[in-house]
Structures are given as structure tokens and as C-alpha cells.
Design a protein around this ligand. Sequence first.
Ligand SMILES: O=C([O-])CC(=O)C(=O)O
Ligand SMILES: [Mg+2]
Length: 609
Amino acid sequence: MTASHPHPTLPSLSSTQLRAAHHVPQPGYGGQSEGTFDTANPPYIRKYLRTYGLTPPRAESYETQKARCLAQLALKQTPIEKYLYLSTIRKNNVHLFYRLVTDHIRELTPLIYTPVVGEACQRWSEIYQQPEGMYLSYEDKGNLAAVIANWPQPNVEITVITDGSRILGLGDLGINGMGIPIGKLSLYTACAGIRPEATLPLTLDLGTSNKAFREDPLYMGSRRDKVSPEEEQEFLDELMAALTERWPGIVIQFEDFKNPFPALERYRHTYTSFNDDIQGTGAVILGGVMNAVKRSGVHPKDQRAVFLGAGSAGVGVAKQIVDYFVREGLTEDEAKACFYLVDSRGLVTADRGDRLADHKIYFARKDNNGQQWKTLDEVIDHVKPTMLIGLSTIGGVFTPEILKKMAAWNEQPIIFPLSNPSSKSECDLEAAIVNTDGRALFASGSPFMPVTFTNSAGDTKIYYGGQGNNMYVFPGIGLGTILSKAVEVTDSMIYASGEALTKCMLPEEIEKGFLYPDITRIREVSVVVAREVIRAAQAAKVDRETAIRDLNDNDLDAYIRVRMYNAHSEVASLEREVGALLSSIGRPFPNGNGYFGNADASDDKNAKL
Ligand SMILES: O=C([O-])CC(=O)C(=O)O
Ligand SMILES: [Mg+2]
């Protein structure tokens, strides 16, 4: 006799696994990929999931899977081919993808995130292969809740939203910006252990000012011009409400909006939200600057910082450092006076004659006696800075001449070219080292290979550039916010995330001149960032998770660690879960032979053994 339905009384697995058992394809992380077709699954898991026979017979070790993936990756000729190959693994075998990324974070992060994600976004509509996130159009206004209801994962904890209007330093890429939410959320999972199915990449199609895309037949977004700021605000109001209605605890990260200030101000106290480009970048540079200022031996009151770029990131970074200088004993006015912001019109002064954008007014200088400085060179000669921070998206603008002057004025000049991707970096590591005789304290937004250099004293050394990229903090900010169930992300939580980076440095990293922890330790770093963010949320009384208020730091770290998704234990935990289910209903314990789901066949097979 053949049972028409295998076991009506079967206790259920997660909805994802049940869905997987019926082969319903799902977009996004998880869904069909929740380990369902993992070639590491032993036969009894495959039988349980009804995937037996759908993958090659051998149950492989992770080492074998990894060897195959790395060999295939090596055969791919271009960074984009590697990017696409890795996306396919993420889609088809999510745990394997994260096992690979955690084990090879240094090598794989540049391929799934900055800088290669920049090229992927530029060519998104050309290279598109599969749905991996949600797209919401301006035409959906009024119905956003209904569209959001289509997202198949029930328990989203965090979303990264972009409207594509300022992707990295590459300008308005419209819906092609989707690579950014996907890339950022991959790092949330890899670096901070947010479960893949708890992440929602979200791209808004609010039109694009990119004429070339609007005329490109392959472009996958609407052809409309960018909506007005008022229309955008109405759309975002509805979106924030709809997201929070479906997932009440959701953390919302804004990313790569051309003008991100209005949304940050409007939502920061009413939704659990933050802006990564203002606050995340601000915090990560804060951490690096704290380390660099200590290393330079120059007290904050004697620092003079020139910022090239007075956009969201520039102002966000400068404000965080003002806070730090105030904590070091300066008054707010003294701290503010250390900063010289430069935009396309020159030094930002109060009497420059143009109408300054609101966010620049705070830093507009009033001590210029009517004089104006129009170019970076003029400003540099006027200020003789100790610190040069680039957020301008103008590749190579920190010229050898400028770098040499910085070296002449400072024993250890602080040089931070932070624009992304690499092509937009204000200088590269080699230029900074060679033109400062190896004395620069250097961090960049995009990664650079270490440089070997012999200085004028004849000492040959390997120089490692720090990567002052917000990937050091946003995963921990998200994790700490989720675990503390914070109702808002306060400035103090953001500050704590940057300061946490200074607490993570190992003696050997300081010895090597690192300004940031080694990237291979990112999961440990994220634990510390998350812990400090939780502490700040508790101090600000915005936390709702009362059970962790009284834990000491060690216990809190342990609490955080056990809640982090670890791809390496997923296969084992699926095995445990299925094993426990099978024994609870009296089925033969896994021996690799039972055809679960077909009682007769299963029994026959077992009987033969
Ligand atoms: O994505 C990155 O690498 C850093 C970032 O937020 C940006 O450049 O907008
Ligand atoms: Mg960004």
C-alpha cells in the first residue's frame, strides 16, 4: 500500500523548510535556497525534504564543496563574472555561500561588496539574472503594504533601502542600485550573523536623472524623471509605516540617497532607523581618527582637518569627530574650529555669497575676514592641515604635491581618501606612502593591496592601509539594535559603535600600524560593536529587551554570540532538527536509507538492510 499523504501528524519544520519540500521557488535569500539543495545534506535529510534524487548522489564535505567553488571562481575571468558566480551560490545554496564568505572574508568581500558591487550596479540591468530583493515603484504609492505583503519571508529583522540616486561615488544609477542593499545585507549576515532570511534588500524606483539609463532598452526601471522631494517624502512616509506594520521590530537602514538628510531627521525618532552614509561612515571614521590622533601624538586642540567633500558623509564624519574632540576637553566651538570643509566652490565660509545647503551651515567658517579660498591647493596652503579627509568622489585629487606638503608639515600626516569605489579614491595607498616617505597614517574607503616601500632612512617595510569602510560598524549597529529591541537608533549608539573599534585593536595590529582591526576578525569586532551599541541603547533608555539589562559584559557577549547565524553549524542543526523529529514520531533514526515521505518504500528499504 502506498500512503497518499506520508504522515498527517508530522510535527512541522520551519515554514521555509516545508515550502522547500514542495519546491516553491522564492525570491530573496533563504526561500528555496535554505540549504534545500545543499550537496552536503546526508540522504535522510534529502529524503525528508523531498530533494532526494534532485542533486548528485554523493553527500559531500564542506571542504569538497569549497574546493570546487574556489576552483570555479578562479576560472572566472572578470570581477563581474566572479560577482555573478558568487550571487548564484548565494541563491542556490545560502549556507555554502556564507561558509565561503566567513572563511575568506578578505578575498571575497571585495567581490560581493565594494569595489566590485559598484561595477555590478553600473551594469545591473545588463547582467541581471535573478530576483534577490524587493523593488517598489512610485506607481505603487497607496498600495505599498499590499506589495510588501508579497515578500515571502515572515520574520524580517532588517532592511537596507536605497533609491539608487547616489550609488557609492558613481552617481544616480536608479534601480540598478539594487546591488548595494544586497551587498550590505550579505555583510550583515557574514559579519554580524543576522539570519539571511531575516534580511530584506529594498530598492525604490522613484525615477532616475540618469538619461543614459532612461534611454537604455535594457534598463529595468521606470523611464520617469526623478520624483520631487515632496513626492519622495509622501512615498517614504507610507513605506516606513507599511514596513513597520508588517514587521514591528524592523531596523531600517537608509543607503546611498542623494540627499539623505530630510529622511534621517524625519524618521530617526519615530522609527528604528539610521543612515549608513551619514552615521555609519561617520562612526567608522571616528574610530580610525581616534586611533590615528593617538598615534600621531598631536592633541585634538592642535588638529586642523581639511575635508574635501561637504556632502552627507563629509558632514556626518566631521560631526562625529567634533563629539570626540569635545569629550577630549575642547568646547564645541573650539572643536568645530578644527574643521575646514571644502566643496566644489572652495572653502565653505558663511559669507561666500552662495546659498549654503542647510547641512553645511554648522561648519561654515566665520574667521576668514571676507577672504575666500577657491581650490583645494589654496585651502591646504592656508590651513596647513594635520588631517586630510576625502569624501569628494574625485579620484586622484590628493596629488603627489599635496601629499608631499602634508609630509613636510607633519611628522605623521593623517590621510583618509574615503570615496568609493577604488577609481574614485582621492589617492591610493602607494601614493600616500611614497609621497610621505612612509609616514602617513592612512585609511581608505575601498581596499588596497599592501605596499612594500623603502624610506629615506633605508628601512624597508610592508605598509597596510586601513579600510575605513562603514562595513566595520553597520553590521554591529544593526545586530545591537535588533537584540536590544531599541525603539530608535540614538546618536550615542552610533558614537559607541565607532568608539568600540578602538577597543578591539590587538597589540600586534597596533604594532603593524593598523588603524582598524584585521578584517578577518570582523565577526568578533561585530560582537564588541553590538555590545557597545546595546549598552548605549540601555543608557539612553530606548531598549525594550529588559532581560539583558543586568548581564555583565562577558555574559552579554555570550548572549550576542549564540544569537549569531553561523553558516558552518546550519547543516548540523538541520540534521539535529530532522533527527529529533524522526525519533519523536518513532521513525527509524537516520541511517541514510529511509525514504521519508513514503512509508512503504521506506520500510522496504530498511527491511532489506
Ligand atoms: O558601500 C560602501 O562601500 C561605503 C558606502 O556606504 C558608500 O560609499 O556609500
Ligand atoms: Mg553608502
